[in-house]
Design a binder for this molecule. Structure first.
Ligand SMILES: Cc1ncc(COP(=O)(O)O)c(C=O)c1O
Length: 384
């Protein structure tokens, strides 16, 4: 199932205005990432799937290869942590809340920096994700409440530790912003620029018409749109994608105001299971998105399966639930004969070039196996 809305406040002029005074040095960020061993991740073409979906061309940036930790998130966390240490070399412990990938990235970078990491995770977190973080040497607390409460707990823990010692030995590395907490999430958003820096080089002169961006708190999507507005002559139509049960951006776009949603129902798209949009991200997304989509878990699973057993010589891509959701939205739109006005508005048709970003690999191996096994058993009809 798929829900679609247009954004009545879409205005690239307003996005440009918002970004007008912001600092801009993606080369410096990419140079930093090189110092910690970054290697460009592949951008692949999927002509077989493009044909099946009835579009001109489909490109996929595969972040499952990033830093060997199966998701893009370390681009943001590593840059922000490096900037924190630069400002305050006394930091001993990094702390964050996470649905999985960001926490693993913080733990990974903390280990590289010889610092400790303490990671809060929400109820329902699967053991694969906890283990992946513990294997990086971090301490993990799985709480019995949702992601947004985990964020509050991590923030309180850092304040208490620093107040007790009277020193700033602890640093909160949260990938969402709120009033009074902006420096770190802004650096995390800058860290994501490297991905767009690579894509820009990889696509060369090719023009992207439509870009699907899966969102949790929206920091990544806002960073991507910010980059595009600064560097690309012809911005694509950018569409956000969320799970139905954690559709805070969808609801915010619908009402024109940043609103929170209750996200205590489970979704397998763990990385997107957030109840509120980051304040910094909202400033960009409220005008930068042409539309917003929410999808069912089934649709992201369909995308995972499609990428794992490709058609007509397309490469095999390992994609997790959140990673595949951008493609899930594209499949949902192309399969349905409704949403025609929306498709016209975003120029999604048989000549368009679409970019999706596989933001993670099989970060929940058990569920990945379950989805693939169910596919073999049911021999899903979309497996042509
Ligand atoms: C795999 C994956 N994709 C996309 C996102 C969305 O990023 P953001 O929370 O910045 O919107 C996340 C967030 O953790 C993620 O793990």
């Amino acid at each position: 199932m798929i829900c679609v809305i247009e954004n009545n406040n879409f205005s690239l002029r307003d996005v440009k205005q918002t970004l007008y005074n912001s600092s801009w040095d993606p080369k410096e960020v990419a140079d930093f990432h090189e110092t910690i061993g970054n290697k460009e991740t592949p951008l692949v073409k999927l002509p077989g799937l493009a044909k099946r979906l009835g579009i001109g061309s489909l490109l996929l940036k595969d972040e499952s290869h990033r830093f060997g930790i199966n998701a893009f998130k370390a681009l943001g966390a590593s840059y922000a942590m490096y900037r924190q240490i630069e400002k305050n070399p006394q930091i001993k412990t990094f702390c964050t809340a996470t649905d999985g990938n960001h926490g693993r990235a913080v733990a990974w970078m903390a280990r590289k920096l010889g610092r400790k990491a303490l990671i809060y995770m929400p109820q329902g977190t699967v053991s694969d994700r906890v283990r992946a973080i513990e294997q990086e040497g971090a301490d993990v607390f799985v709480i019995d409440q949702a992601y947004d409460i985990a964020v509050k707990m991590a923030s309180t823990r850092v304040d208490e530790a620093n107040n007790k010692s009277g020193k700033h030995f602890w640093s909160l590395i949260q990938d969402t912003a709120w009033d009074g907490y902006e420096d770190v999430p802004l650096d995390i958003m800058k860290g994501y620029w490297t991905q767009m820096h690579e894509i820009t080089r990889q696509i060369g002169k090719e023009k992207i018409d439509v870009l699907f961006l899966q969102t949790g708190v929206g920091s990544w999507a806002a960073s991507i749109i910010g980059y595009i507005m600064k560097e690309w002559q012809n911005p694509p139509a950018c569409i956000s994608v969320e799970p139905h049960s954690a559709n805070c951006l969808f609801e915010s776009i619908k009402t024109g105001n940043r609103v929170s949603v209750k996200n205590d129902e489970t979704t397998t798209m763990a990385g997107l299971n957030c109840g509120s949009v980051s304040t910094l991200a909202w400033n960009i997304l409220k005008n930068g998105l042409v539309g917003s989509i929410s999808i069912s878990d089934k649709l992201s699973e369909e995308a995972m399966i499609t990428l794992a057993s490709p058609v007509s010589g397309d490469p095999v891509i390992i994609s997790g639930e959140s990673g595949a959701s951008g493609l899930g939205a594209l499949i949902g739109l192309c399969k349905k004969h409704d949403f025609n006005t929306f498709k016209e508005k975003i120029c999604l048709n048989k000549t368009s070039t679409v970019l999706v970003i596989n933001t993670e690999g099989d970060t929940d191996r058990s569920n990945y196996k379950r989805v693939m096994a169910a596919n073999i058993e049911n021999n899903f009809q979309f497996q042509k």
